[in-house]
Design a binder for this molecule. Structure first.
Ligand code: NAD
Length: 248
């Protein structure tokens, strides 16, 4: 029995890293996946590789910081599928820099991509998720939303914001009795383009108890669980997948 059989899932940032691995696992578990990203060429390549370039899955060009882009995407999903079962708010970016060295515009960009996007995705997908027999929102935060990282001010603030916004979403949905659950996932260091070259981060690696960085597929496994009915009593929870980093 496939764990996500027939579920319609929208995954943002699906052209790379954790989003791509999640789309791959969702498809393997029987979901119909809408891969969304703003990187057109990489999105098309991912769609061709994962879906053979044809239905029932689809690729959607979506810049998650633009409200009108969300409205257009949701309108298309409504017309094509009529509802949504899973939303994975995964798209994100790291913009390193000290407080002193960060121009206000760069701070705003970090908050927009990592936090505004989660608000917009939640707001515009909720009506479609409420039409599901049990909708699930999974927000990809970070361990840097739980413990601070110097020179990552907007990223830390945004990811911490995602953690509590997820709980607010869970409470509002529970009160509305709309059957939608919301949980956050907090990856540790994972080998993707966002993390960069692991060899350059040797000091950081020495602080991971399990002795290595994670692979995108290891985060995708947690997302599959939260998207499936196996997690039907979980809402407002935070799932940490970090090789023990925050256990210290
Ligand atoms: N890699 C890590 O170590 C790590 C650790 C903790 C949390 N995370 C989080 O996991 C998520 C995925 O990161 P990743 O490591 O796979 O990174 P990645 O760079 O491999 O992938 C991120 C994807 O998001 C897309 N994206 C960025 N801005 C976008 C926008 N405005 N609109 C649409 N798409 C956009 C990019 O095009 C890219 O395809 C992010 O939210 C990140 O903060 C990553």
């Amino acid at each position: 029995m496939q764990r996500l059989a027939g579920k319609i899932a929208l995954i943002t940032g699906a052209a790379s890293g954790i989003g791509y691995a999640t789309a791959e696992r969702f498809i393997a578990e029987g979901a119909i996946v809408i891969l969304a990203d703003r990187a057109t060429e990489r999105l098309e390549a991912a769609y061709a590789k994962l879906c053979g370039g044809s239905g029932p899955h689809c690729a959607a060009f979506l810049d998650v910081i633009l409200e009108e882009a969300w409205i257009r995407t949701i309108t298309e999903i409504d017309a094509t599928y009529g509802h949504l079962d899973v939303l994975v708010n995964n798209a994100g970016c790291g913009l390193p820099g000290s407080i002193a060295d960060t121009p206000f515009q760069r701070w705003r960009e970090g908050i927009a991509v990592n936090l505004d996007s989660v608000f917009l995705g939640t707001k515009y997908c909720l009506p479609l998720l409420a039409r599901s027999r049990g909708g699930s929102i999974i927000n990809i935060s970070s361990i840097i939303g739980l413990v601070a990282l110097a020179n990552a001010g907007s990223y830390s603030a945004a990811k911490a914001g995602v953690r509590l916004f997820t709980k607010v979403t869970a409470l509002e949905c529970a009160a509305a009795r709309n059957g939608v659950r919301a949980n956050s996932v907090h990856p540790g260091q994972v080998q993707t383009p966002l993390f960069g070259d692991p060899a350059a981060a040797r000091e950081l690696l020495s602080r991971i108890p399990i002795g290595r960085i994670g692979q995108p597929g290891e985060i995708a496994e947690a997302v599959v669980f939260l998207g499936s009915d196996e997690s039907s009593f979980m809402t407002g929870s935070e799932v940490i997948v970090d090789g023990g980093y925050t256990a210290q």
